[in-house]
Ligand binder design. Sequence first.
Ligand code: OGA
Ligand code: MN
Length: 222
Amino acid sequence: MSAFTTFARNLLNALDTYHTLEDWLSWVDELSTKDYVIIDNFLKGDLYSTVRSFFLSRLSHFAQAGIGALDNHTVHQEIRGDHTYWLERSRDIELSDFWHLLEETMQVFNRYCFLSLSGFEFHFANYPPGGHYARHLDQFQNRNNRMISMIIYLNEGWQKGDGGELEIYHKDESTILVEPLGARCVLFKSADVPHRVVEAHKARFSLTGWLLYRPASLGSLF
Ligand code: OGA
Ligand code: MN
């Protein structure tokens, strides 16, 4: 074990973290080399149930998603068919354990990837049957502060044939299909990884967000 890893281990062990340092370091390593990482059971039992229940309790407040920074742009259903609900840390205190997990996540990236993350923006997303999201990158032309994309799926009993897989494009244009299984998390570099959501045949739930170089708007998220 290198002196650096030992040092890192001591640092994080001193904190009460949700995931172990071993896990974090292996995920960070995979993200740095492959540009993305898929983590099963990222949300454990209690936190997964809390997040999913809160999602269901907000469903009647979802709105048709737009395209562009903070959805300020037009709705194009041929590009994107999901309905979203933007979260706010100060209002959505039901998610406090999740907000803490995000702080841990940002600390890990700042420490081990030498990123300068200082905020995040998250929304719930519901793709109704027939919904999809065409190939895109998560960075906007007029706003490039999205560094890391993070998607956590909330689908119970997803089966082949239900659709709604996340398709990730590699540099050589080969792809992988990621099944949107409950509690699974996908992290990828927002500027570098083209991706799309394959048409869903059943309602498809997720918690999706971005770790930001600077907060989207001071005050609202922190
Ligand atoms: C997005 C997106 C992918 C997914 O919201 O930008 O690409 O798997 N979502 O939900
Ligand atoms: Mn995307």
